[in-house]
Design a protein around this ligand. Structure first.
Ligand code: HPA
Length: 270
C-alpha cells in the first residue's frame, strides 16, 4: 500500500495540492460548503492514480484543494461507501492520502436516522462516540503496522476540544446541536423495526452508513477528528413509516445552512 500511497500523493502534489491543514469529507447536508471554498485546484476521482474509482467505473466525486476561512483545506466532494461495493480499505484510502498531503484535522459530515427519539429530524448531532457495525475493520489487513500501530486506541476517537468549539459556535448562532453515539451499518437497505430496537438498546443515538471507517483510519494516523450528523428521519420502531428518500434529502437540505455555519466558523477557529 505504501507504494500506491506515494504514487497518489506525488500526483496530487504535482497538481498543486500544497500542504493542506484540514481535510473535509462533504457528506449529505454539507455540499453547499463548497460555495465558500476558494478553489485552487480540483481533480476528478477518476483521474487520481490508485483512487478506488481510477480503474473501475465513473464516479462523480472530486478532490478539491483550496482556501476556506483563511485555512488551506482539501475537500472530498463525494465519498465512498461499503454499500457501493468498495472494501473498507478503499473507502478509507483518501484519508491516508489527505494525511500524507499534510492535514492534522479531519472534519466529517453525514446523514443519519435518529434512534434517540428526543432528537428530531432536521436537527444536528455532534458525534461523541461510535459503534462500528460494518462487520470488519479498515485496519484488518496485512502490513497495516507499516502505516501506524495495529492496536489503535479508541478511548476518545473524536476530539473533545473541537467538539466543545462546535458546541460554542452552535450556542452563539442559536443552532440546536445534540451530542450522541453514531452507529454505522453497511446498508444500503434501511433498518427493520427490530434492528432499530436493537440499536437503541446498544446505546446508539443515530444510525447511518458511513463515517466510522474514515474515523478509525484517522485515529490510526493520529489525526484530530470531528463529525456532525444531520438527522433526516426518526427511527421509531412503534410508528415506523416506510422510508421516503425524497424526504430524507429534503431534511438534509433544510439543515444545510446550519451545518455550513458550524463548519465555516469552526475552521476559522482552529
Ligand atoms: N438508517 C441508516 N442510514 C440512514 C438513515 C437510517 O434511518 N437515515 C439516513 N441515513
Amino acid at each position: 500500500m505504501i507504494k500506491f500511497i506515494t504514487e497518489t500523493v506525488d500526483y496530487l502534489k504535482e497538481k498543486g495540492f500544497d500542504t493542506p491543514e484540514i481535510g473535509i469529507i462533504l457528506g449529505t447536508g454539507l455540499g453547499q460548503l463548497i460555495n465558500d471554498v476558494e478553489i485552487i485546484k480540483e481533480v476528478s476521482y477518476n483521474h487520481i492514480p490508485n483512487f478506488p474509482t481510477a480503474t473501475v467505473e465513473f464516479h462523480k466525486g472530486k478532490l478539491i484543494f483550496g482556501k476556506l476561512a483563511g485555512k488551506k483545506v482539501v475537500v472530498m466532494q463525494g465519498r465512498f461507501h461499503v454499500y457501493e461495493g468498495y472494501s473498507l480499505q478503499d473507502v478509507t484510502y483518501p484519508v491516508r492520502i489527505m494525511e500524507k498531503l499534510g492535514i492534522h484535522t479531519l472534519l466529517v459530515s453525514n446523514a443519519a436516522g435518529a434512534i434517540n427519539l428526543d432528537f428530531k429530524k432536521g436537527e444536528l448531532m455532534l458525534i461523541d462516540d461510535h459503534i462500528n457495525l460494518q462487520g470488519s475493520s479498515p485496519l484488518a489487513f496485512q502490513g497495516v503496522e507499516q502505516l501506524g500501530e495495529r492496536f489503535v486506541d479508541m478511548s476518545a476517537p473524536y476530539d473533545t476540544e473541537i467538539n466543545s468549539t462546535f458546541k460554542n459556535i452552535a450556542n452563539a448562532n442559536g443552532i440546536k446541536l445534540h451530542k450522541g453515539v453514531y452507529a454505522s451499518v453497511v446498508g444500503p437497505q434501511l433498518e427493520t423495526r427490530a434492528e432499530y430496537r436493537m440499536l437503541k438498546i446498544m446505546g446508539a443515538d443515530a444510525v447511518g452508513m458511513s463515517t466510522v471507517p474514515e474515523v478509525i483510519v484517522a485515529n490510526h494516523l493520529k489525526l484530530k477528528v470531528a463529525a456532525v450528523s444531520v438527522l433526516t428521519d426518526e427511527c421509531d420502531p412503534d410508528n415506523l413509516a416506510p422510508v421516503d428518500i425524497a424526504e430524507i434529502i429534503a431534511m438534509a437540505g433544510k439543515a444545510e445552512p446550519d451545518m455550513v455555519t458550524l463548519f465555516k466558523e469552526l475552521i476559522e477557529n482552529i
